[in-house]
Unconditional design. Structure first.
Length: 132
């Protein structure tokens, strides 16, 4: 079964001080053969966040260790435009990247997320746990 991967989970894996680090590592090291999938905006957001808050070694770990284990899909124009439309319509709340994630997950029929983002859970993506 597919699981959409969010920036919050990737960051938790890389930052030992993150409140969700142990839980993220537990899921990552035993994902029960889940199909982990993310879109390119998560990769961009994750690289920027890791670069600004952690160190060069963490960026290397993201690129060399984490991302190769995740199927990364391109965000196409219709998905991008739909997310921008949602952002404009609502005018606040979840970020553009989260809106893309929600539409991306819906497009692929994914109902679970490797994420520690309340906006995604609040919108209906069930967070995975190490035992799920």
């Amino acid at each position: 079964m597919s699981v959409v991967v969010d920036t919050s989970a990737l960051f938790a894996l890389l930052d030992r001080r993150d409140a969700h680090h142990a839980e993220a590592v537990a899921f990552w090291t035993n994902p029960d053969d889940e199909d982990l999938v993310a879109h390119t905006y998560v990769v961009i957001e994750s690289a920027a966040l890791v670069r600004s808050r952690l160190c060069a070694d963490a960026v290397a770990a993201l690129v060399d260790e984490l991302l190769p284990a995740i199927r990364v899909e391109m965000v196409d124009r219709p998905l991008h435009d739909a997310a921008l439309g949602d952002l404009r319509r609502v005018g606040g709340g979840t970020s553009l990247v989260d809106r893309v994630t929600l539409l991306f997950a819906a497009r692929l029929g994914i109902g679970r997320a490797f994420a520690y983002d309340a906006d995604l859970a609040g919108a209906g993506l069930a967070p995975v746990t190490p035992a799920s």
